[in-house]
Ligand binder design. Structure first.
Ligand SMILES: N[C@@H](Cc1ccc(O)cc1)C(=O)O
Length: 577
């Protein structure tokens, strides 16, 4: 079976393949939206014995380890998906294109009726750096859709996927021992609540919102600063890389409680692709990859060790641009897609709005994309090039309250990614604490007592979840150092009249007095923070060194250290200053 992506809709005048649209735009575009939803419904209802069913396509990613399209695996990894590998971005490219081509299998009468819309329709992406929670259409129980029988409310295929009963009965996910309550569900869930027995979409949204300002900074950093393909693509906990940014969204949708207990499919690599959110998420990951490629047209895959391996590839192999992206066949022979053949999205029949062919040369395209990335993720905000002074500087303030809901929309409004100083809280976790799977939370002021509420807390600055590579149960054993952007906190503090200005002599004491660090172990117990427990947090900043021109990304100097957040400020502080 040749994975071609969608093959219709090429515009021979502009020499363009159709662009995948932002889901917020596609929703308003009839009849494309109706077509997409009906096609997806049909795809999910296809019998699980069909290799092109949603069930089988979703299971390529992880469990069960079964051959697909005649390609078998002999290794022990969970599924064919490539993680912790420089091929992470490219493996998911033909994968999502395969889904796209099948999801274009509209009911035939519709295809005839809406031929034009059908031929140019591509799957939408969910831009989670800007649309901070789950888009409404991913959470509604039903959608009102124009069907061949008129306007109908249909069960929303973007909310959840219902497993075929016989597959569940067959212990389909037998190799997995973790998260048994998730594996028993007859449909995919997000932030599953054992008390109500329901998925909790609102919790997913507020969790995603609580970390959205950090995500916005990281996405911008990834596009504007990371210039080396290996750094961009290879997961490492102490760098900003596409897989890390993407992993936090998985965890935000699925939910992670108290360190390592997953509460939804999206959090668990071997079963994440069953959640319909996976595909909207990965279309956006692929878009960010494509934008990055346009910004760095000469950078690409260099041979790199793949420690973990997959079901197909043994651990310890070297990934190159010619490594087969199994099990995706390129044509009707045994040749498979590779990073080399999947380098240009047009080879798979699609592009993105920012990259539509305008006849630009690669260097012109780079300038166009630079501008679009700045417009989208670093618009000029309301304040802060010189550190404005607030007239009404509030002293007696409950910090947790005053600093609540500083999300990506606020950060965009304030122009946080445009500030000429950027601030970070560096979380250092030693090897012992890392091996235990420690999660670290940073709050402005005191957190609420219930640790389960922390990932979604209104005064959360940012958090670090332990990373669980390919298996859902083995945390990294290496010491970790993660820089969590906190410029959003500082900008909002000035905007809200809590901090006088952006100068270090104001910012550093503000952070040392008001940032509260908490750590949670794998069993949900709170851990001490401090040198004895191997968990520490320090304050860092860097300043712009280039005159920012309107058409170039800013250049920042090296990080300066400003000392640590004292451990004793973590547990016994009064919430009211
Ligand atoms: N396990 C990853 C998140 C993730 C989950 C599911 C995936 O398919 C991919 C990544 C982490 O902890 O960061």
């Amino acid at each position: 079976f040749a994975v071609t992506g969608a093959t219709t809709g090429f515009d021979s005048t502009s020499k363009s393949w159709p662009a995948r649209q932002n889901i917020n735009d596609l929703v308003n575009s009839t009849p494309s939206w109706d077509l997409y939803i009906l096609a997806l419904q049909r795809f999910q209802n296809t019998s699980a014995s069909d290799p092109l069913s949603y069930f089988q396509v979703a299971s390529i990613h992880g469990y069960p380890n079964r051959p697909w399209d005649g390609v078998d695996g002999a290794s022990s990894g969970a599924g064919f998906c490539m993680h912790s590998s420089v091929l992470f971005p490219l493996w998911h490219r033909p994968y999502v294109a395969l889904y796209e081509a099948i999801a274009a299998g509209y009911p035939p009468q519709l295809r005839e009726l809406y031929q034009e819309a059908a031929s140019t329709l591509r799957i939408p992406y969910w831009d989670w750096a800007i649309t901070t929670g789950l888009p409404y259409v991913m959470t509604a129980a039903t959608l009102s859709i124009n069907t061949p029988d008129g306007q109908r409310n249909i069960t929303n295929p973007l909310l959840q996927y219902t497993f075929p009963m016989d597959m569940l009965a067959n212990d389909y996910f037998e190799p997995m021992s973790s998260a048994p309550n998730i594996l028993q569900q007859s449909n995919t869930v997000r932030h599953y609540d054992p008390v109500t027995g329901q998925s909790n979409e609102a919790a997913a949204s507020s969790t995603l919102q609580a970390s959205s300002a950090v995500r916005l900074s990281r996405v911008y950093k990834l596009l504007s600063e990371v210039g080396n393909y290996t750094t961009f693509s290879l997961w490492q906990c102490n760098s900003t890389n596409i897989e890390g940014v993407h992993g936090d969204v998985h965890n935000g949708v699925g939910g992670v409680i108290n360190g390592d207990t997953a509460t939804g499919h999206m959090t668990i690599i071997p079963i994440s692709a069953f959640d319909p959110a996976f595909w909207l998420h990965h279309a956006n990951v692929d878009r960010l990859v494509a934008l990055w490629q346009a910004l760095h047209p000469d950078e690409y895959v260099q041979p790199t060790l793949n420690e973990g391996g997959t079901y197909y590839l043994p651990g310890g192999s070297i990934d190159t641009q010619d490594t087969p992206l199994a099990p995706f066949h390129w044509d009707n022979t045994t040749t498979m897609w590779t990073a080399a053949t999947a380098r240009d999205t047009n080879a798979l029949g699609y592009t993105y709005p920012e990259l539509l062919n305008t006849g630009a040369s690669p260097s012109e395209l780079k300038d166009i994309v630079t501008q679009k990335v700045m417009d989208l993720y670093a618009p000029s905000g309301t304040v802060f090039t010189n550190g404005t002074h607030h007239d009404r500087f509030r002293r007696n303030t409950n910090i947790a309250q005053a600093m609540s809901y500083v999300h990506a929309d606020t950060a965009l409004q304030l122009g946080v990614n445009n500030m000429d100083s950027q601030w970070y809280l560096r979380v250092s976790i030693d090897a012992v604490a890392a091996e235990n799977g420690t999660a670290v939370y940073l709050f402005a002021g005191q957190p609420v007592p219930d640790t389960n509420m922390w990932p979604a807390a209104s005064n959360l600055i940012g958090l670090h979840n332990p990373y669980f590579a390919n298996s859902a149960s083995e945390p990294s054993t290496l010491s970790q150092q993660i820089d969590i952007p906190c410029s959003h906190t500082i900008a909002a503090a000035v905007d809200r009249g809590i901090l006088a200005k952006l100068a270090p002599e104001n910012v550093v004491p503000f952070l040392k007095e008001n940032v509260v660090v908490r750590a949670v172990g794998p069993k949900g117990s709170q851990l001490e923070v401090g040198s004895a427990s191997g968990i520490q947090v320090s304050v860092l900043s860097r300043y712009i060194v280039s005159e920012t021109s309107l058409s170039e990304f800013p250049v920042y100097g090296t990080l300066e250290e400003h000392g640590s957040i004292a451990a004793e400020s973590c547990c016994n502080r009064d919430a009211v200053l």
